[in-house]
Design a protein around this ligand. Structure first.
Ligand code: EPZ
Length: 416
């Protein structure tokens, strides 16, 4: 398992380009199975989660090739609807195939998805949406079997604005007979990107970005071309790295529209932000405390909770960070305490008392965003840190050490 070796107390300075969004690319890749033909997807980051999705598509019979940042996916010969456990357990996004394969083939067999250990990650909302459209879903020995004689448009109301359930419902409904209304949907920007891709395939969807999505089912879809939206979570992570290191960092290929909740918090604690239509610049010296509560978009994103908490460990005063989306998303806290942070977790909140400095030590990345928060802490800490299990970080951050090195960071990967 690779490790990062980081020497801290470096003020990050310079420009970094944000990659395409992992959480937009993954459902879009799944959506290519809804038709036969060759789709071209631009600006797809080279991440382990993306490589896992490619492995699943190839297992199903699709042909996938990468040319730089472009993925060429030919799903003409796609002829399987069973995804074995060893492919499903690698990541949560494998569940998107359930909606897409039921949408096109009216059947799928797969096991429960894997992914970061940030909570139980149930899929009851996904299954309920499929059943509303007419699918029969049952579970036998850990394998989920979903079948439908036909899919008919329906009125679906999600108990919670789940990102994945929204995306699965969209992909199941685009080929159903009739009109589908999905209420209480997730409003994340990645949902809009999926709607754009599906409409380019010939679907008739509108409403993504609002709390209700309308779908008029069509007979078939065709392959298309699309550029994935930028990764707002990678962008937020680099903005936080620049602020926490008291540096001067400009990130490009990003719209501030996707990050206003983070930018509002940062400007409120003393960071100096300037932005244009495709860049954000952050400068910061001493920062002070604030309270954070994660919420579905447009609230503060749960995926930036760990990196933000890392910054607050060295902010002046006491902050309260409340995680309302996932049940177990404070795995970074114990690791930050090893670096000298003063944090106490009570239920779904972490009380963070700012300290003047953190000290480098050996820490372990336990999930994707927890790992990112440890990189930020190590960059600001006194001395050298070793971050173990960086495979978790590689799931969601393309070339993170090279990008940080270009900003002046002392970070190297020790390959084991
Ligand atoms: C997506 O996960 C993202 N992953 C997550 O990013 C992100 O944290 C999350 O949305 C919230 O924004 C991808 O897009 C691949 P949810 P997803 O369904 O779809 C509960 C990262 O770091 N729930 O919105 O799994 C669930 O338990 C990853 O990039 C049900 O109860 O998130 C959780 O508490 C981590 N039943 C809450 O909803 C269901 O059927 C939010 O989950 C589905 C979800």
């Amino acid at each position: 398992m690779d490790k990062f070796i980081v020497t801290g107390e470096v003020q990050l300075k310079g420009n970094v380009r944000i990659s395409g969004a992992k959480n937009a690319a993954l459902p879009i890749m799944a959506a290519t199975t809804l038709c036969s033909g060759t789709s071209v997807i631009h600006d797809v980051p080279d991440l382990s989660d993306i490589r896992n999705m490619i492995a699943i598509l190839e297992h199903l019979g699709a042909k996938v090739s990468r040319e730089g940042k472009d993925l060429i996916i030919d799903s003409s010969a796609l002829n399987k609807v069973f995804i074995p456990e060893f492919l499903m357990r690698e990541m949560r996004a494998s569940i998107f195939l359930m909606g897409a394969l039921v949408g096109r083939f009216k059947e799928v067999r797969l096991s429960y998805p894997g992914g970061c250990t940030i909570g139980p990650r149930p899929i009851d909302l996904h299954i309920k949406a499929l059943e509303k459209l007419g699918a029969n879903v049952k579970e036998k020995h850990g394998v989920i079997i979903a079948e439908a004689k036909k899919l008919s448009g329906a009125e679906i109301v999600l108990d919670f604005p789940s990102v994945g359930a929204t995306e699965n419902a969209m992909m199941s409904a685009v080929l159903a007979n009739g009109i589908t209304t999905i209420r209480n949907v997730a409003r994340e920007p990645e949902i809009i990107d999926l709607e754009t891709f599906l409409n380019k395939m010939g679907a008739k969807i509108y409403g993504a970005g609002t709390d209700t999505i309308f779908i008029n089912g069509v007979q078939n879809l065709h392959a298309t071309e699309h550029t994935v939206m930028p990764d707002r979570i990678e962008a937020g992570t680099f903005i936080l790295a620049g602020a926490m290191s008291h540096g001067d960092v400009t990130i490009t290929n990003i719209s501030s529209n996707y990050l206003f909740s983070l930018l509002d918090k940062l400007s409120g604690i003393g960071a100096v932000l300037t932005f244009g239509n495709d860049f954000i610049r952050v400068k910061a010296n001493q920062l002070h405390n604030t309270d954070i509560k994660t919420l579905p978009f447009p609230g503060f994103p749960t995926d930036l909770q760990a990196p933000m908490l890392s910054l607050l460990t060295m902010a002046k005063g006491t902050s309260i960070v409340t995680e309302t989306i996932f049940e177990n998303r404070f795995q970074h806290v114990d690791q930050l305490i090893r670096m000298g942070a003063k944090i106490r977790v009570e239920g779904r909140s972490a009380i963070v008392r700012g300290v003047n400095k953190l000290t480098g030590t050996i820490v372990e990345a336990l999930d994707l965003r927890a790992g990112a928060s440890l990189v930020l802490a190590a960059l600001a800490a006194e001395g050298t840190s070793i971050i173990k299990q960086v495979n978790h970080i590689d799931r969601g951050y393309e070339m993170i050490e090279q990008k940080l090195q270009s900003l002046g960071a002392y970070i190297i990967r020790d390959m084991e």
